[in-house]
Write a new protein. Structure first.
Length: 245
């Protein structure tokens, strides 16, 4: 899922990346909504709230929402900067480092929330900022890897793209319908797994509280393991063939 550039990716690789990251976004967003009454995988609502507080001149709230927007931006910036810096050496290294950082950040949220969180306003604001940073990392990474095809939590844009692509696919003058069909398949996969992640996250948060955050890094670890396992299998097979010869 991480070893290929955007121009060499197969439909299977894009579907696996889309499904896993959309599930992470869905779980994170719903858990954030239940735990903090705030969206944590996108910033559309935060921009609207920022505008509201500017009108009302609530300066403390303005600073908080500016911080949250900046943290999402910082995550996206860091992810893109890492990929741009390392893609000439190794696509896997360039793409995996942002995932590793995201895992570390979300593990911190899981450990802190499960063991130390006391539901104070300051803690709430810091944890939300931390999760938004992680989601900025992920959104930027999957968009870069897929050439803008996959946006794991931007459902407004997803429905916009899906509507245009379905219209193009069904239009009597449509050409290259197979490519358009694959794009529709990816969009529907993102929507399905985002919804599934939200249901799972909300259900298990009611049972296990912040411990559900331990599941999210595990999903991200499977993304890292998928490419490592294929590479290891390839090396073992090649070495076995050499020894046999």
């Amino acid at each position: 899922m991480l070893r290929q550039s955007k121009g060499d990716r197969t439909l299977k690789e894009n579907l696996m990346l889309a499904s896993s990251t959309a599930m992470v976004s869905g779980m994170t967003n719903v858990v954030g909504l239940v735990a903090f009454l705030a969206f944590t995988s996108n910033i559309t609502g935060h921009v609207a709230n920022l505008s509201k507080h500017i009108v009302e001149q609530n300066f403390s709230e303005i600073l908080i929402f500016l911080l949250w927007l900046f943290m999402f931006f910082a995550g996206a910036f860091l992810s893109s900067f890492i990929v741009r810096s390392l893609e000439d050496k190794s696509y896997y290294r360039a793409h995996s480092i942002p995932v590793i950082i995201e895992i570390i950040v979300l593990l911190f949220v899981a450990i802190y929330g499960h063991n130390f969180y006391r539901e104070t306003q300051t803690e709430r604001e810091i944890v939300i900022a931390t999760v938004l940073f992680a989601m900025g990392l992920q959104n930027s990474l999957v968009s870069t890897i897929s050439g803008g095809l996959i946006k794991s939590s931007h459902l407004t844009g997803l429905f916009t793209d899906l509507g245009g692509e379905v219209a193009e696919w069904l239009h009597p003058n449509a050409k290259n319908t197979e490519t358009m069909r694959d794009k529709i398949f990816i969009r529907v996969t993102i929507l399905t797994f985002y919804l599934l992640g939200g249901i799972i996250g909300g259900y298990f948060f009611n049972l296990y509280d912040f411990a559900v955050f331990y599941c999210i890094p595990f999903i991200l670890l499977t993304i890292l393991y998928f490419d490592v396992s294929e590479l290891a299998l390839h090396k073992v097979t090649r070495r076995f063939s050499r020894n046999k010869n």
